[in-house]
Ligand binder design. Structure first.
Ligand SMILES: [Zn+2]
Length: 229
């Protein structure tokens, strides 16, 4: 009796485990993702980043809102997207630990590029518009940043501008092309008003996604041949 119950239970357990779906993120998609993009939404939790001069909006909140729009736009274009955060919280309790975890995610093996989303602030309130930073000395990073700022300016109807060299943690650390996007200035009245508007947020996100895809297609028109395939 006891033995047959055991047998029955183990058959039940085996049949349960046998029907478990495979543990991959692509089970619902017919096509394997073409590219692997890591998205980093700046700040979060205790670290608000810049604060909107007129509305008091936290940069961390806009980074998440616009970042998620970028993520969906990239997924719609056939990318696999890994986010450094998916909610309003920081990644750790201290800035140092937060940046360490962010850095580890940004260096995940197999990525084609990384994109960090931020909002700008400056003492001169007339300064406005998006900017894209690449790691100074990185030709790939420069090409990615220029593709993104070109598509971003086109999407929001601004004159084209050059990508800027910089030396930031989020562009210095990854070994793949990396860009830091400053979507606009929270110190500028016009930019702040626009950045609060969902339709403008979507235009920013579509522009960033278009730029990333344009860069990746130039680099590898057939899609990545990494472990994701
Ligand atoms: Zn920031």
């Amino acid at each position: 009796m006891k033995r047959s119950l055991l047998l029955l239970l183990s058959c039940f357990f085996l049949s349960c485990t046998a029907v478990q779906p495979p543990c991959t993120p692509y089970t619902l998609s017919a096509e394997p993702p073409k590219y692997f993009v890591i998205l980093d939404y700046g700040h979060g939790g205790f670290d608000c980043g810049a604060i909107g001069h007129d509305t008091g909006v936290a940069e961390s909140e806009l980074n998440l809102l616009i970042g998620e729009r970028v993520a969906r736009a990239l997924e719609d274009r056939g990318c696999f997207v890994l986010r450094t955060r998916t909610d309003a919280d920081a990644l750790a309790e201290t800035k140092r630990d937060d940046m360490a975890r962010r850095g580890a995610i940004l260096c995940t093996d197999g990525a084609d590029c990384t994109v960090s989303i931020h909002m700008n602030k400056f003492s001169d309130r007339s300064v406005k518009g998006p900017m894209c930073y690449f790691q100074a000395g990185s030709e790939d990073g420069k090409a990615l940043a220029q593709c993104v700022i070109d598509a971003l300016c086109l999407s929001i109807g601004r004159d084209p501008r050059l990508a800027n060299p910089g030396n930031n943690f989020v562009t210095r650390l990854p070994s793949v092309p990396s860009v830091l996007v400053e979507c606009g200035f929270l110190s500028n009245p016009e930019d702040e008003r626009s950045l609060m508007d969902p339709a403008y947020q979507q235009r920013i996100a579509d522009g960033i996604a278009d730029g990333v895809i344009a860069f990746l297609q130039k680099e590898d028109p057939s899609g990545s041949e990494g472990p994701l395939d």
